[in-house]
Design a protein around this ligand. Structure first.
Ligand code: RP5
Length: 165
């Protein structure tokens, strides 16, 4: 796990180093909004003890949102959600074999009672997981909400200013 300067409010975890190229987009959003965060590899299948330890300690460590990305048999977000009351946002990583449809269905099809907020496959999902985490935190942090409002306004202005060849 990364070693943040301030106590992290959001954790971005992923099943493998190979997920970083996707999940770094969630980390970049959190950095852009100056949200204290940590990130690292936690694998449901290859490091199950670490998964249990991470999930059990998350709330006590002050985390408020967990973003979990995984591909293929993507059990990480669901297994974390099963062991914490914190909101878990799941990002399906695009897989080589099935283009991420396997990841998407593995993450989205949770049994009733243990929710995972499932985002889009790949980069867009990772960006939006970061933005959703910011939106959740901004419910009780007015300054963060204003940053989010400014981000949306800037995005709108950019699109309105675009011209086609
Ligand atoms: C999952 O298996 C990971 O989340 C990753 O998306 C996928 C493949 O992992 P590697 O074989 O590339 O490590 O656990």
């Amino acid at each position: 796990m990364s070693e943040p300067q301030r106590a992290p409010l959001v954790a971005v975890i992923m099943g493998s180093k190979s997920d970083w190229d996707t999940m770094r987009h969630a980390v970049e959003i959190l950095a852009k909004f100056d949200v204290p965060h940590e990130f690292g590899i936690v694998s449901a299948h290859r490091t199950p003890d670490l998964l249990n330890e991470f999930s059990a300690s998350a709330e006590g460590r002050g985390l408020e949102v967990i973003i979990a990305g995984a591909g293929g048999a993507a059990h990480l977000p669901g297994m974390v959600a099963a062991q914490t009351l914190l909101p878990v946002l799941g990002v399906p990583v695009q897989s080589a074999a099935l283009s991420g449809m396997d990841s998407l269905l593995s993450i989205a099809q949770m049994p009733g009672g243990i929710p995972v907020g499932t985002l889009a496959i790949g980069k867009a999902g990772a960006i939006n997981a970061g933005l959703l985490a910011v939106a959740m935190l901004s419910n009780t942090r007015p300054a963060l909400r204003e940053k989010l409002r400014a981000f949306r306004a800037e995005q709108t202005e950019k699109v309105l200013a675009e011209t086609l060849p």
